[in-house]
Design a binder for this molecule. Structure first.
Ligand code: OSB
Ligand code: MG
Length: 371
């Protein structure tokens, strides 16, 4: 495969409702797509992070520079361009997993399209649809939260995740249990909002039969998560702290978590995400697929991953209309609480030209081979 050009499309898409977490409130998906054109096929990918480094250290403007100045030059120097050669070529650049994931995914998409192979088949996925959960942001009041959850359950979502922070934790969880019962698969996500000093408070969540508590403490603080796990009956799940399969192995060895949220972007792409799945599954622990409010371009490959056998818990991969009035691809629709895994080659979806034109606020040519 020969890389002819890589185009960056900066897109901005309004969210249907603001999404509030312990680290901030999002009102739109503001990021970029990568469009890789090779002599054999074209590929697409979405950068998963936000304009500000609040969820993770990477951010939109920084990732553009990293890809343009440090990642792409290493790719264009390769004698043979395949996904197998791309990933090792990028390892000398420290960190920047989300930027690497965007570039790797665009090239993987092009390569798989050239082979006519769907990403799900390439990864070894076994399902044609995956159960959908929904991540519910922090609300102004408990009644507002209960109304939102009622609507999501009526739509068919089969698992609810509540975003929590100090001051919005035990009370909303209790209210959800009282209203919807103990059978509802329910979990919480703190996005690093607590410290080990909050352990006794967090223990109160043990009364509510949660599936897991996600990233309660500081990012990368495996020791503190292990201390917390000793005090909690609720399984600790790590998100922000897991950047690789090696991190997952360390966290499990320390008993810092008993569940892992796999976000392909956070671990550098789908190949490493597959390895995270393999390591965690080999330890007999469940994994599930997280999300970052992706457009259809990011959602499609996440669904392919979530169809691997070890993904035994429902993920955060919700339908397009949970996020957007209009998506950039054909919308993903909830059917009987599930989303279909794309079956066309590569990531299996393309941007719709009109939607793409409508939501694109800038384009940059990152690399063009002069012919
Ligand atoms: O921590 O899982 C998270 C969204 C943006 C950034 C981080 C997270 C989230 C979510 C929503 O919880 C997941 C989704 O619906 O895409
Ligand atoms: Mg999370």
């Amino acid at each position: 495969m020969k890389l002819e050009r890589v185009e960056l499309l900066h897109v901005s898409i309004p969210l249907i409702t603001p999404f509030r977490t312990s680290f901030g409130t999002m009102t739109k998906k503001d990021t970029f797509l990568l469009h890789a054109v090779t002599d054999e096929a074209e590929g697409w990918a979405e950068f998963a992070a936000d304009p500000q480094p609040l969820y993770c250290s990477e951010f939109v403007a920084g990732a553009e520079i990293v890809i343009r100045d440090f990642l792409l030059p290493r790719i264009t120097a390769l004698p043979e361009l395949t996904t197998a050669t791309v990933t090792p070529a990028l390892t000398s650049v420290k960190g920047h997993e989300l930027a690497k994931a965007a570039l790797e995914t665009a090239l993987l998409d092009a390569e798989l399209r050239a082979y006519g192979m769907p990403l799900a088949a390439y990864l070894g996925s076994i399902r044609d649809r995956v159960p959908a959960g929904v991540s519910v942001g922090i609300k102004n009041s408990v009644p507002e939260l209960l109304d939102d959850i009622e609507r999501y359950l009526a739509e068919g979502y089969i698992r609810i995740k509540l975003k929590v922070e100090p001051g919005w934790d035990v009370e909303p969880v209790r209210a959800v249990r009282e209203r919807f019962g103990y059978e509802l698969p329910l979990q919480v996500d703190a996005n690093t909002a607590y410290t080990l000093a909050d352990a006794q408070h967090l223990r109160r969540l043990d009364d509510f039969g949660l599936l897991l508590i996600e990233e309660p403490l500081e990012e990368n603080n495996l020791r503190a998560h292990a201390e917390l796990q000793k005090l909690l009956a609720t399984p600790v799940c790590l998100d922000e702290s897991i950047h690789s399969a090696r991190d997952a192995a360390s966290a499990i060895a320390l008993d810092a978590c008993r569940v892992v949220n796999v976000k392909p972007a956070r671990v550098g792409g789908y190949l490493e995400a597959r390895r995270v799945h393999d390591v965690v599954t080999a330890h007999g622990l469940p994994v599930w697929c997280g999300g970052m409010l992706e457009t259809g371009i990011g959602r499609a490959p996440n669904l392919a991953l979530a169809a691997l056998p070890g993904f035994t818990l429902p993920g955060d991969t919700s339908a397009s209309n949970r996020y957007f009035a209009e998506d950039i691809t054909e919308p993903f629709v909830l059917q009987d609480g599930h989303l279909s895994v794309p079956s066309a080659p590569g990531i299996g979806v393309d941007p719709l030209p009109d939607a793409l034109a409508h939501f694109t606020i800038g384009t940059r040519e990152l690399h063009a081979i002069r012919k």
